[in-house]
Design a protein around this ligand. Structure first.
Ligand SMILES: Nc1ncnc2c1ncn2[C@@H]1O[C@H](COP(=O)(O)OP(=O)(O)OP(=O)(O)O)[C@@H](O)[C@H]1O
Ligand SMILES: [Mg+2]
Length: 331
């Protein structure tokens, strides 16, 4: 649409009180400025349209500028989540924390970088074992930035219809041209297992290639994060396409102990946290949390005044049984 038409549409929708049409037109103006390489102005307009400064962890009042992208069958391709976690609440290796803080600094001061012809980090690959904090850290980055977490609905994206998966991916990236959200492709290796050729292994699938191309050309205001616990995604062709790769690891003893202390902030623990951590050695953070919460419930339900090692041992036993059940059901 011509610039004059856009401005008319913006003003008339404002007069009519049609918020959706107003945001649509505003989003076009911002995209147009970006196309003209007026990065700084586009960034400023974007900031005007979005949330004011707020403390991390407080709810984000979000709205998307455009309607959310949908698949052919009308399923939502992304889901907006109000992020609540903070980075401080995450147990992370010091180097990972430092790097994430740098990412936040680059994003918060994007206009300064743009003014010098530089761009902030846009794309991140999170890799690491299950339950070590990839998804929750993506949420905490959104929270720290005061933007919504846009979680990609991969089952809706992956279609058996020829070309449809790529079209869906393109629609998501297109929406992200004007949205400063944190766009999360969680467990994105699932893209490599297209429904139509589920038997093929190892090779980089056509859709992953499409995804990487879209990522390469992405120049919008979102932070795009892809997360995986699949080591195949460490393939050179994949990780080189991201601005940075962040590795999540199983916690050290000291980190497990810190997590235990944190989990028991409001509930009395009747044993030294170090001893609890020793029992949970080399377990992913997610499992440590699961066991501690199960032990708390046990203790509360038997009216105990503190969580004992016996409560923890019972919870550990449960989790180990659960793991065995899952292992056995896989055959
Ligand atoms: N590093 C961490 N610090 C604090 N809590 C954590 C951490 N990692 C995981 N948790 C807890 O475990 C839950 C599950 O972790 P999360 O979903 O972030 O793991 P993940 O790495 O994305 O796992 P998966 O590979 O299975 O998707 C989180 O919601 C959080 O409560
Ligand atoms: Mg995850």
């Amino acid at each position: 649409m011509a610039r004059g038409e856009l401005i008319k549409q913006m003003l008339s929708s404002h007069q009519r009180g049609d918020e959706e049409a107003f945001r649509e037109a505003a989003s076009e103006v911002i995209a147009d400025e970006r196309r003209r390489h007026h990065g700084l102005l586009a960034q400023e307009l974007q900031e005007i349209m979005h949330t004011p400064e707020r403390a991390a962890g407080t709810p984000v009042a979000f709205s998307s500028l455009k309607p959310l992208p949908k698949a052919k069958d009308e399923a939502n391709l992304v889901e907006l989540v109000n992020p609540r976690r903070t980075l401080q609440g995450q147990i992370l290796r010091p180097d990972v924390r430092d790097r994430l803080n740098e990412v936040l600094e680059e994003r918060r001061r994007a206009s300064v970088l743009h003014a010098h012809g530089l761009s902030p980090v846009r794309t991140l690959l999170f890799v690491g074992p299950p339950g070590t904090g990839k998804s929750s850290t993506a949420e905490s980055l959104a929270s720290e930035l005061g933007v919504p977490l846009a979680r990609v609905n991969l089952p809706a994206v992956v279609s058996s219809l020829l070309g449809e998966t790529s079209r869906n991916l393109a629609a998501i990236f297109d929406s992200s041209r004007s949205e400063p959200w944190v766009l999360l492709f969680d467990e994105f290796d699932a893209l490599g297992r297209e429904r139509s050729d589920a038997t093929e292994h190892g090779e980089l699938k056509r859709v992953v290639t499409t995804f990487l191309q879209l990522l390469d050309h992405y120049a919008g205001p979102a932070v795009v994060i892809a997360a995986t616990n699949h080591p195949a995604m460490l393939d050179d062709a994949v990780w080189r396409r991201f601005d940075d790769v962040i590795g999540f690891k199983l916690p050290t003893m000291r980190e497990t102990e810190k997590l235990v202390r944190r989990l028991f902030r409001r509930v009395q623990l009747g044993a030294p946290p170090r001893e609890v951590a020793q029992r949970l050695r080399r377990w992913p953070q997610a499992d440590v949390e699961l066991v501690c919460r199960a032990a708390m419930k046990r203790s509360v339900l038997r009216d105990g005044d503190s969580v004992s090692l016996a409560d923890l041992d019972a919870a550990i036993k449960r989790l180990e049984e659960r793991r065995a059940t899952i292992r056995n059901s896989r055959g």
